[in-house]
Design a protein around this ligand. Structure first.
Ligand code: DAH
Length: 353
């Protein structure tokens, strides 16, 4: 049956041409079926092998198998060609088009002011310390000589979180007087709590500043926001005086707000310092606001009871502390009249700094 052998080559050529011409994956699968499927034309040819004589069979079988291998290779090749084609973009790409520019961001004005303050204190050898925003009553108030019934607590109402345990047994990790069991958690009202954490974790001397976010239960208006930022300072050593405090504050404010800055201390009350002062400052910016002085910070000499609470000997160690609001300084520096602008994240506002 010489006819069968002669049919192989032309059939193969037609099949190869059809496979290569298939325009898409679906058409390719169809072509495959038409030739190599159960009822395909090439399969039919293989079925006829059995009708050949014993002498013809091996040669014909070899030819058919070789052709089949070739068809399958062509099929696989066309398949990957079509896959590649599908992955390419439909429209030609114009590589000469300008790219999409991403606007360059900036640091938030509060971050800029904070960094400037930190830089000024670094010049004097202060290190930056950190503490938790979710605090307990002990670190935020009690250890700072402000017990639960102290009137100063009224001015620093805050947001209380579900308290841990209210029992009065000393907690296993409790480190000192008054701490046992007082586990009422709150959002810290000031960065002063970090004074306690730092002094409890290291022996004197101490020279730190603490920038950080604080919270109060205040209604927002032009000068109040329930969230704001403070910088705390703490200096503990032997023979520290109010003069050191005043010189330090003056140096930093001159760095921040200009050489013409003047500083004034007014007596005040804070439970964790004695004596205590409020700091006023004056310069051309203040005069522009039609004022002579602006209140800017609280400060004082660390109260001996606070030293007792952290285990420092108040007969040996002396120190001062201060705290001020960062927004206030940023508002003066940039002439901003509403504190809420810092927290609205309106890029039209933020872009200006
Ligand atoms: N913690 C005070 C406040 O939030 C500010 C302050 C006053 C901090 C006196 C101090 C200090 O360290 O000695 O209003």
């Amino acid at each position: 049956m010489a006819g069968l052998i002669d049919q192989i080559e032309p059939l193969k050529q037609t099949a190869l041409a059809e496979l290569k011409a298939a325009p898409d994956p679906a058409a390719l699968e169809q072509t495959k079926g038409a030739w190599l499927g159960a009822n395909g034309k090439f399969t039919a040819l293989m079925k006829q092998l059995g009708m050949l004589s014993k002498a013809e069979k091996p040669a014909a079988g070899k030819l058919i198998n070789a052709a089949k291998v070739e068809l399958e290779a062509a099929l696989a090749e066309r398949r990957s060609e079509l896959e590649l084609k599908a992955a390419l973009p439909k429209e030609p790409t114009d590589f000469t088009l300008p790219g999409r520019r991403r606007a360059l961001g900036k640091l938030h004005p509060l971050t800029q002011v904070t960094e400037d303050i930190v830089r000024a204190f670094r010049k004097l050898g202060f290190a930056v310390a950190d503490g938790p925003e979710i605090e307990d009553e002990y670190h935020c108030f009690d250890a700072l000589n402000t017990p639960a019934d102290h009137p100063a607590r009224d001015t620093q109402d805050t947001f209380y979180l579900a308290s841990g345990s209210e029992d009065n047994s000393p907690s296993p990790g409790g480190e000192g007087r008054g701490e046992g069991g007082r586990k009422s958690l709150l959002l810290r009202t000031h960065t002063s709590s970090v004074q306690i954490r730092v002094m409890k974790s290291q022996p004197p001397p101490v020279r730190i500043i603490v920038p950080g976010r604080v919270y109060r239960r205040d209604n927002a208006d032009a000068t109040h926001n329930p969230t704001f930022q403070q910088i705390e300072g703490l200096y503990v050593d032997k023979g520290v005086t109010v003069g050191d405090l005043k010189g330090t504050v003056e140096f930093v404010f001159k760095e921040l707000l200009g050489r013409d800055v003047k500083i004034r201390f007014r007596p005040h009350y804070f439970s964790y310092t004695e004596p205590s002062f409020e700091i006023d400052f004056s310069n051309a910016l203040v005069k522009k606001l039609g004022k002579d002085w602006l209140e800017i910070a609280g400060c004082g000499m660390v109260h001996p009871q606070v030293f007792e609470n952290v285990g420092y000997d108040p007969e040996v160690w002396t120190g001062w502390a201060f705290g001020f609001g960062i927004e206030r300084i940023a508002m003066i520096r940039y002439g901003i009249n509403d504190i809420r602008l810092f927290y609205e994240n309106d890029v039209r506002f933020l872009k200006q700094f």
